[in-house]
Write a protein that binds this ligand. Structure first.
Ligand code: PXG
Length: 890
């Protein structure tokens, strides 16, 4: 269906809906709003975007740590809206501040002053010890603000060259959902389908000081900031090694890089300190707060920094209508007062320790199920042993916990986060841990009996991964697995297997051999040499998941080969009028809409982020039904565009991309080869074609193998000097040559168009080749062309997905019969050399429109473009008579 038909259908559907709605309003008495949990969930499913997969429990009322559903069932909240309700739900002092302020003044906008924001700003800056604050609303906006502030500071104070600032963030991080923020994410669910992402980001493993030092050493001059969570919440409450925050502080100071702490989840007393950075007595240059700053009552976020940083942002350069509004300001002041007045920081520290003690006792009862209990203050996680749990997931356990009155949320396959409001009582805490013990002791065995075991992976599903021995990981944390909230269906076989490559400490004890990692003895430069030899992007991806060190090194390879599995074209455009070609060439004019790399189980993600490929494909199919046919062998795998996968490499200098086939469907026996050079538009193209190729065995030898010195007459077995016979114009031969020429140029320009994001992302690129396994077409770009491509925007051809082909000046040579080295013969051999018209030929022929002679540089270009035996063919053809043609831009 065309786009306009789909749009008209949508329009009609909308009108029909509006008519039904209007009739309902007039004629039918309004029905009462849905009130049961079931009705409410159904209504939300119908009318709201499906961007979440919540636990089936409806909040209807809440007070302190307790929540009630519409049916009146009571629960203890162990998530606290991801730490937004540290003060407890609907805290009376905060609600009072809200109501009083709501009756006086809610919004001034920052076009004027209001009488609440200054007090809030003073309160906040004094409490956290910074000169100034910049208020926003949501956490993600706070992070965006900090990123902008860091870049501004980088240009103004650090004197980073214009548009070159880099920000380093951590693998496994979570900082929110805006486009700028997801550009730092390693999570494919967060980024897939939202490209192009914002450039200027580098990644480093969380907790790895050496890696951070390396990246600062390599790129420090251009790095303006290091953004991190002091404890990674979404990744599964990952606590960095002791001393990490101090080392980060040290490194940032030494390299003049801003240390930016995202304390949106960890701040405001959650971890038993006002800021989690206080655990190592570290003062970041910039702190981002959110969530509990509004006590779960209203969104409030803020960035804190000292004057010399904050004043880099000038009036008009950043802001928000609601940031610093009087309602939010009044609420935030009350929210901070509650934390201080009720001693919630100390309470979080004390009760957090108590919670972990109790959970560890449960761990002693179920040591095979609970791998680790970890946390700081009341931000805690129980890490479960996937194998012992199987086939039950952490999500299933959370459902059981809910049935026992405890609301908790899993993260990834195996981690349950436990983070109640800081006002929780000892009694409630005891209730929760008892429920947790009962779920493991009573419910889990029942569930395991009822749920069928997942099938073990077949060798096909496992793929090449079995080539690898398990190796010691470079990082100590296992964050593997998908989040069942976003990727239902359990872990895929391949991801499961990849995880097994990594050393399971329990298994390693059984086998001392596996403790030794011989790769550890090799220096980085040697490993990098090996990875450069590996080259193939999928193999590199497999290397990537072996350990943290491989992961960081693979990103630094400079020669990469991408073998594309599948090309997806949009609606084919009609053939240009008057150009014949038949069915075999129908695909020619369809545009290369997307190229897809299958079989990648997200290997370039942070180590622990191997997610479900099956879920991947499912979700991609939903959004783009034409992407893969159900019979496609790729449907078993996750798939990505080369641009997405290549984004994981930071230093590519040489890149070769191989399409699965040439896009021009020519009949059997027909020869069609082209090679094009592009900058931001077509620089040159050489097209060699023949109506048929006769193999040496089927031809009676006319002469001994010719070489480029063989005379044209000898090679083509005639004495007409390469003149085109009259019949060529009348029997469709000329038409066919024009068709092949246009087709080749369209294929080349469609390929070129696809390269834009790749070239933009990879400033280090020096040579690029886009070819196909049939050897039909080759597109090349060298360093100056790549540079031109980056600075000069590409003109698209109409609305199609290809680069505009400029007006062209062409030369054509023809031989009805051409014998190649080795004895094969080209029948109806044609060579077309193309350059943009304004440039014309380097040494313009002197003898008029038809039949001008070639200059030496053009002759050299033409006779060196193809490999043998086609090189000789081109060399011989240009010795014949030259025909000149002009073509308009298309
Ligand atoms: N930074 C951190 C450390 C966070 O945990 C944000 C920034 C973004 O905050 P906002 O207010 O823009 O959501 C977070 C948020 C979700 C979700 O449902 C969000 C978070 C955790 C889990 C789920 O989007 N944290």
């Amino acid at each position: 269906m065309t786009g306009s038909m789909a749009a008209s259908r949508r329009q009609l559907r909308w009108v029909a809906k509006r008519m039904v709605a209007a009739r309902n309003l007039c004629a039918v008495p309004q029905k009462s709003p849905p009130s049961s949990s079931e009705e409410l969930m159904r209504l939300e499913e119908q009318c709201s975007a499906h961007n979440y997969h919540p636990i089936p429990m409806v909040f209807s009322q809440a007070k302190g740590t307790c929540v009630w559903d519409p049916e009146g069932n009571k629960y203890i909240d162990f998530l606290s809206a991801y730490s937004a309700v540290n003060q407890g739900h609907c805290h009376p002092k905060v609600v009072k501040a809200l109501i009083e302020q709501a009756e006086r003044l809610t919004l001034s906008s920052r076009a004027f002053y209001n009488d609440k924001f200054p007090t809030f700003a003073e309160h906040l800056t004094q409490m956290f010890g910074y000169d100034m604050t910049l208020p926003m609303n949501t956490g993600a906006e706070g992070v965006e603000t900090a990123l902008k502030l860091a870049r501004k500071w980088g240009y103004e104070k650090k004197k980073i060259p214009k548009d070159e600032a880099l920000i380093v963030s951590c693998c496994g991080c979570f900082h929110g959902r805006t486009l700028g923020v997801i550009s730092m994410s390693c999570d494919n669910d967060a980024t897939r389908g939202f490209g192009p992402l914002v450039p200027g980001h580098l990644k480093v493993d969380f907790g790895d000081v050496d890696a951070l030092e390396q990246i600062f050493r390599d790129h420090g001059e251009r790095i303006c900031a290091f953004l991190f969570e002091p404890i990674q919440g979404e990744a599964g409450v990952i606590i960095p090694p002791d001393g990490y925050l101090k080392s980060v502080r040290d490194l940032c100071s030494r390299h003049n890089i801003l240390m930016i702490a995202d304390e949106i989840q960890t701040g405001i007393a959650r971890t038993g300190k006002m800021l989690a950075c206080e655990w190592e007595n570290v003062r970041p240059d910039v702190v981002i707060l959110g969530k509990a700053l509004g006590a779960g009552v209203i969104p409030v976020s803020a960035v804190l920094a000292d004057k010399e940083i904050m004043l880099c942002i000038k009036p008009g350069e950043h802001g928000s209508t609601f940031g610093g509004n009087p309602l939010a300001s009044a609420v935030a002041v009350a929210a901070l007062d509650v934390i201080r007045d009720e001693g919630l920081t100390e309470r979080a520290a004390k009760l957090g320790q108590e919670l972990r003690d109790q959970l560890m006792k449960i761990q002693q009862r179920f040591p095979h199920i609970i791998k680790e209990v970890r946390g700081r203050g009341l931000l805690n996680a129980v890490d479960l042993n996937n194998k012992a749990l199987s086939p039950v997931s952490a999500y299933d356990l959370c459902i059981k916990l809910k049935e026992r009155g405890i609301l908790a949320k899993p993260t990834h396959d195996t981690i349950i986060r436990l983070a109640p409001p800081l006002t929780i009582s000892m009694e409630e805490l005891n209730d929760a841990t008892k429920a947790f013990g009962d779920v493991l002791g009573l419910d889990l065995p029942e569930m395991q009996k009822q749920k069928p075991k997942a099938e073990t992976p077949t060798s096909k599903q496992v793929g090449d991964s079995s080539r690898f021995r398990p190796l010691v990981c470079g990082t100590s944390v296992d964050r593997s697995g998908s989040d069942p909230m976003t990727s239902p269906g359990g872990p895929p076989a391949e991801a499961e297997d990849l995880r097994r490559w990594r050393r399971d400490p329990a298994e390693a004890e059984d086998n001392e051999e596996e403790e030794i990692d011989h790769f550890d003895r090799l220096p980085d430069c040697v490993l990098l040499l090996v990875f450069n030899r590996v080259g193939d992007v999928k193999d590199l991806g497999r290397c990537c998941v072996v350990c943290g060190r491989f992961h960081s090194l693979v990103r630094l390879v400079d020669s990469v080969l991408v073998r594309v599995d599948c090309v997806i074209s949009d609606d084919p455009s009609p053939s240009p009028a008057g150009v014949a070609g038949g069915d075999s060439a129908r695909g020619v004019f369809s545009h290369l809409a997307r190229v897809v790399l299958g079989g990648i189980a997200r290997p370039f993600q942070a180590l622990g982020h191997i997610l479900a490929p099956s879920a991947d494909v499912a979700s991609d199919r939903r959004s783009s039904p034409s992407l893969l046919s159900s019979s496609s062998p790729l449907s078993e795998f996750s798939h990505h565009s080369p641009a997405e996968v290549l984004r994981n490499f930071k230093e590519i200098r040489r890149l070769r991309i191989e399409l699965p086939a040439g896009e021009l469907g020519v009949d059997d026996g027909v020869l069609l080869k082209w090679k094009a050079e592009f900058g931001s538009t077509l620089d040159s193209c050489l097209i060699l074609s023949a109506a048929s190729v006769l193999s040496s065995s089927s031809v009676s030898p006319k002469s001994s193998s010719p070489n480029s010195n063989t005379s044209f007459q000898d090679a083509c077995g005639g004495d007409d000097g390469g003149s085109i016979p009259e019949s060529f114009y009348t029997n469709g031969n000329l038409k066919l040559r024009v068709f092949w020429t246009i087709s080749s140029l369209i294929a080349a320009s469609a390929r070129h168009y696809l390269l834009q994001p790749i070239v933009a992302d990879h400033e280090t690129l020096e040579s690029l080749e886009l070819t196909d396994v049939d050897g039909q077409g080759v597109l090349t770009m060298g360093r100056p062309q790549l540079q031109e491509f980056r600075v000069k925007p590409v003109s698209a051809s109409g609305s199609s997905q290809r680069t505009l082909v400029p007006a062209l000046s062409m030369r054509l040579w023809y031989a009805p019969y051409l014998e190649l080295p080795g004895g094969a013969v080209l029948k109806g051999a044609t060579l077309v050399a193309v350059r943009p018209s304004p440039e014309r030929w380097r040494e313009v022929a002197s003898s008029g429109e038809w039949g001008g002679s070639l200059g030496s540089s053009d002759r050299c270009w033409i006779s060196s473009t193809f490999e043998e035996p086609y090189r000789s063919a081109a060399g011989m053809l240009v010795k014949g008579r030259t025909y000149c043609l002009e073509m308009n831009s298309f």
